[in-house]
Every structure is written in C-alpha cells, then in structure tokens.
Ligand binder design. Structure first.
Ligand SMILES: Cc1ncc(COP(=O)(O)O)c(C=O)c1O
Length: 434
C-alpha cells in the first residue's frame, strides 16, 4: 500500500530543514528525456537548470544509460585497491583535456570533496593553511569548503581549519570597482590582492576561484583577471586553483574550461571538476601536475571515488559531448539565447543585468526604481516560469535575486526560443511590461 501522507510532508519530517526546496508546491521529478522532465502529476517542463548544471548532455541519454547498465551488469564496485580500467581510461581523457602539464587525476564523488582535496594538496605543498578566496564565492558544503565560501547564505560557520582572505574582483557590476572600465577594474583588483597579501603573515598556500561564480549568480570578472592575478601569485609562489565545477566541459561555449578566459600566463596549478561530467552520476575530481598531486606522503583512498559505473557513465557522456561538439552548440545556441534574453530584459526594468557566457545565463532582478536585490521578485518569476512549463534556477550573493539558466548543452534553437518565450511571459506577468 502506498503511503497516503504527501511526499512534501514526509520530506519535512525526516530531512534537514536546511535542505531547501524550490517552489511553494515542490516538484517531484519522475523522468526526463532530452531537455525535458516530467513531474509526478504528469506535467512536462523544459529543463533550463539541468539539476544544477549537472545534466550536461541530455536526460536519459541512451549512450550513458547503456554504459551504466552494461558496467553494472559486469561489476559495480571494486574500490581503489584494484586496477580499474574505466577509471584509468577516464583519467587519461581528463588529463589530456585539462591543459595541465604532467597531469594526475584523482576522482572523488562530489565537487565539495574535489575542492577539499585541492585544499589538502595546496596546504600540504605550501606548508600553509592560508587561502585566498573570492568574495561571493561558493565551493561546497564540507567543513573546509564552507570556510572558503564568501557567500554568507551558504557558509553556516565561522569555525575553520583554514585562514581565509577574501579578494575583490569576481563580481563585475557591483562593489567598489564596478564603475571602472575593464582594464582599470582588473588593475584595482590586482592592487587589492597585493594589499591583502601585504597584510598576511607567512606564506599563503593558494588562491581558489570559480571563473564564473555559479551559486553567486553567474558573476564573473573581466577576461584576463585571473591571469593578471597569476603574475602576483607567481611572485609569492602561491598556487592557483580553478574551481571548474560549473564552468567545465564547454558550458561557457567559447572555452572548454572557464580558466581559458584568463590564460595569458598559463593554466592553473590545480583544477577541480564535478557536476556535468557524470550527467548525474556522482563524479568529482582534481587535476594537478604530478609534483603537486604526489606531495601527500601518506596513503589515501576514496572508497566510492572512481567507481566503475560512474566512470563508465562519465566516459560515455564525455565522448558524446566531444563527438557532437556540444561546446560549439553551447556557443551558438547560448549566444542566441543571451541575445534573446537581453531583448526581453530591455522591456522589463526590473532586470538589472543579463550576463553570462555560452549556456550559462543570469538575469539579476532588482526592486523597480532601485538598485536593491529583489529576492521576492525572483521567486515569483521562478514560480511563474514553472507554471508556464519552464524550470530555471536561482542564485546570487545579494539575496538570491538572480535567475540562473543552464540547460543541457544539447539545447536546440527551437527549445531556446520556447524557453525564452516562457520566461518573457513570466517576467511580464510578475513585473509588467515597460
Ligand atoms: C563552483 C562549485 N564548487 C563546488 C561545488 C560543490 O559541489 P557538490 O555539490 O558536488 O559537492 C559546487 C556546487 O554547486 C559549485 O557550484
């Protein structure tokens, strides 16, 4: 007999209060196909959030489903104590794609754990627990990663194993340098970095940064800023960790990795990834040159990291992405979508800014006639879009007033147009038309 209590009530009774759900009437998604998902009541939605940028290629992609079921039929688990062909094969591909010379790859089960590993490597290598992180950042939910998360809404404790110094520069259109041109903005952020370093005692281990901040509301610095930071970091021997959990695998269209918009002084020392590579199977990982990866002088394992089923899924997913040039699709369709969103925004004064790159677009909403964040307005548009058959996300350091759009990278032009139309109606419904 099925339980008669509504699932939402059961959720609230047994799961933590801080496990936030979208929507007044939360949705139970039961299946998906391509860029669409269905809820338990049979409603169909165009999915413009991909389970937080994680359904990277498509829902129910036959190639991934086949790889998972074939591998599950052979062996589901063996652990890192035994040779694991799917893990070695995916590591070879990721190492070659990473842009990091003499690369070694360590697989984890999440982005949090990938960043935690990057912090372990950097602090061990540099013999320092000091980290530079960006304001408005998000790097995960563990004890170490909340302490490098500059977004109060996602950082529940000030206790920390690390000493973190926050740096300006990741939010282009707010903050003390927002009025400056790109070159001056970068120079001011570099001067701020130098100033912060001047205030530190002893060496700093690393700077960690998301090339485009995800949870922070798809904010980014001018291109080249992290490359300019690199010059300063190099003078001090400080490592650069690029958190590519949201920006990896071609999502930004122009680049395969977000760091490539900042590449004038070479690749980062450490790169972390997760989300899209597994298309929903739990894969995270760290890439670093051998000297850095091997600086740990005790044993380490990950019981589930690199498990054969997830690795088979990742390999099939990555092969599909590369063979179908989904990075190119993100550039083309994402470019059209951004253009369309900018045209819509021109008719809705509450949209302060449309920003992003490839299939990673953010619409920041403000209270009409002000520059103040409008979280209620963003929540209302999210609801209205859902009612119209479109799922989008929310984010932003300024009280989650940014609508986040990040569909699977196989999005078609017709789907982009359909989603933009639903969003336009939702915005007009909530905010009226100019
Ligand atoms: C940039 C970034 N880093 C790290 C994480 C943490 O990843 P996970 O939720 O897989 O632990 C996230 C998750 O949203 C993220 O956006």
């Amino acid at each position: 007999m099925t339980n008669p209590i509504p699932l939402h009530s059961r959720h609230k009774s047994v799961l933590p209060d801080w496990l936030a759900l979208y929507y007044d009437r939360p949705i139970e998604l039961t299946h998906g196909e391509g860029r669409h998902v269905w809820d338990a009541d049979g409603n169909r939605y165009l999915d413009f959030f991909g389970g937080i940028l994680t359904t990277m290629t498509a829902h129910a992609l036959p190639e991934v489903t086949k790889a998972v079921s074939e591998q599950a039929g052979r062996i589901i688990h063996s652990s890192t104590l035994y040779l694991n062909r799917p893990m070695v094969e995916l590591a070879e591909r990721v190492a070659a794609l990473s842009g990091i010379p003499d690369a070694r790859v360590f697989f984890t089960t999440s982005g949090t754990e990938a960043n935690d590993t990057a912090l372990l490597l950097a602090t061990t290598y540099r013999r320092s627990n000091q980290i530079l992180a960006m304001r408005n950042s998000y790097h995960g939910r563990s004890f170490s990663t909340v302490s490098i998360t500059g977004n109060r809404g996602w950082s529940p404790t000030s206790l920390s194993p690390l000493q973190t110094h926050y740096v300006h520069g990741a939010v282009r259109t707010r903050g003390p340098f927002a009025h400056l041109g790109d070159g001056e903005f970068t120079a001011a952020a570099v001067a701020d970095l130098e100033d912060v370093l001047g205030q530190t005692r002893g060496g700093v281990a690393a700077l960690i940064a998301e090339p485009i901040q995800g949870v922070g509301g798809f904010t980014s610095p001018p291109d080249g800023l992290y490359g300019a930071f690199r010059e300063v970091l190099d003078r001090h021997g400080i490592l650069w960790i690029s958190d590519e959990v949201q920006t990896g695998w071609g999502r930004t269209g122009e680049h395969f990795w977000g760091w490539q918009a900042h590449a004038q002084n070479g690749p980062p020392d450490i790169l972390t990834f997760a989300k899209g590579i597994g298309n929903g199977m739990s894969i995270g990982g760290v890439v670093a040159r051998a000297e850095l990866m091997n600086c740990i002088d005790s044993n380490s394992i990950s019981t589930f990291g690199g498990s054969p089923v997830t690795m088979a899924a990742g390999a099939a997913n990555l092969a599909y992405l590369l063979e179908h040039d989904l990075q190119g699709n993100a550039r083309r369709v994402g470019g059209l979508l951004l253009e369309r969103l900018r045209a819509i925004a021109a008719t809705v004064p509450a949209v302060r800014e449309v920003r992003g790159r490839g299939l990673m677009a953010g619409l920041e909403l403000t209270k009409p006639g002000t520059d103040q964040a409008d979280p209620e307005g963003a929540a209302a548009v999210l609801e209205a879009a859902r009612a119209g058959g479109l799922l989008v996300g929310k984010g932003g350091g300024y009280n989650t007033s940014v609508l986040r759009i990040a569909p699977p990278l196989s999005l078609t032009v017709a789907e982009a147009e359909e989603g933009a139309e639903i969003l336009e109606q939702a915005l007009h419904q909530v905010h009226g038309v100019q």
